[in-house]
Design a protein around this ligand. Structure first.
Ligand code: AMP
Length: 320
């Protein structure tokens, strides 16, 4: 299990990481805790990170990446790890991919823990932790007693509030999360690693949801699997150019409709009539010509009978 817990400050990444440590026996790697420890010890790295942390800004990538590389090289990470608060921007996510790629140990899951801003602010304001064991408490959601002491450690040290858990810094940290860390949601979804849980509920319910999410396929991949299991995959739409070409061919091949055939026949018949009309004289002309011809005949007959009466009668050769 190589897991990243993604979520705004106050979403419960630290608390849930501690529960996963107990459940799966893999270490939690919190860049916030590593940085706080460096600040406390006054190391050069801590001195360099202190100002950015107190104002709610992100600490320089080179510092954080150096720390992570060193931590991941330790033997307890061989069976897996839970990254809490890292990566916090795309540059860190890319660097982490490269680092894990070098050793052939890529991430196996990224869980986004979603909580609304009102609840985030309430949780951060009420957050207290043990300076000895690091256990995180919340004065609003736990019954701690009035003295606010760690119930885990035998010496029961008094709980402390983180210096950057004040209202002013919280607003800035939430803005930094929206601008720089939230783009990782799409980044990991694109890589087929993302699971999202509602982390607004009480701690136990969130742990149940988290453990269940880790055994589920990542977002997007589940849907694809279901589709391929039941319905056949959707056919890809052909490129537009091909569609246009096919349409052209179809138009050329189109069989003429009955009406079109009839219209064609009619126009052919009309053309025939028109051609006949061109060559054949009009009816009136024909009639007139006929009358003229009859008159001519009559005239010629008249002439002939007149000439016959003028001519001497031929002797009849006919025998009677
Ligand atoms: P956290 O305990 O995760 O809320 O971190 C506390 C502070 O440590 C943040 O507000 C940052 O200033 C710094 N920090 C923790 N993790 C990172 C990181 N991955 N990149 C840059 N700064 C970080």
């Amino acid at each position: 299990m190589r897991i990243v817990l993604l979520g705004a400050p106050g979403s419960g990444k630290g608390t849930q990481s501690q529960r996963l440590v107990q459940r799966f026996g893999i270490p939690q790697i919190s860049t916030g805790d590593l940085l706080r420890s460096a600040v406390k010890r006054g190391t050069p790295l801590g001195i360099a990170a202190k100002d950015a942390m107190q104002s709610g800004k992100l600490v320089d990538d080179s510092i954080v990446l150096g720390m992570i590389r060193e931590r991941l090289s330790q033997s307890d990470t061989a069976t897996g790890f839970i990254l809490d608060g890292f990566p916090r921007n795309l540059a860190q996510a890319n660097a982490l991919d490269a680092m894990l790629g070098e050793v052939g140990q890529p991430l196996t899951a990224v869980v986004l823990m979603e909580v609304d801003n009102v609840e985030l602010t309430r949780r951060i304001a009420g957050r207290r932790s043990c300076p000895n064991c690091g256990t995180v408490y919340n004065i609003y959601s736990m019954t701690l007693g009035s003295d606010l002491r760690c119930t885990n450690c035998a010496e029961r040290p008094a709980l402390v509030q983180r210096p950057d858990d004040n209202e002013e810094t919280v607003i800035h940290r939430l803005r930094v999360y929206d601008e720089q860390t939230r783009p990782l949601v799409a980044y990991y979804r694109g890589k087929g690693l993302l699971r999202t849980i509602d982390a607004q509920a009480d701690v136990d319910a969130v742990t149940t949801a988290l453990v269940s999410a880790l055994s589920q396929p990542a977002e997007g991949t589940a849907r694809r699997k279901r589709v391929s299991g039941k319905a056949p995959p959707k056919r890809k739409a052909p490129p537009k150019r091909k569609v246009a070409a096919k349409r052209k061919v179809a138009t050329k091949r189109k069989v003429p409709t009955k009406r079109k055939v009839a219209t064609k026949r009619q126009s052919a018949a009309k053309r025939k009539v028109a051609a006949k009309r061109k060559t054949a004289p009009a009816r009136k002309t024909v009639a007139r010509r006929k009358v003229g011809a009859r008159r001519k005949l009559a005239t010629s007959r008249g002439k002939r009978s007149a000439s016959r009466s003028r001519r001497p009668a031929r002797k009849s050769t006919r025998r009677r």
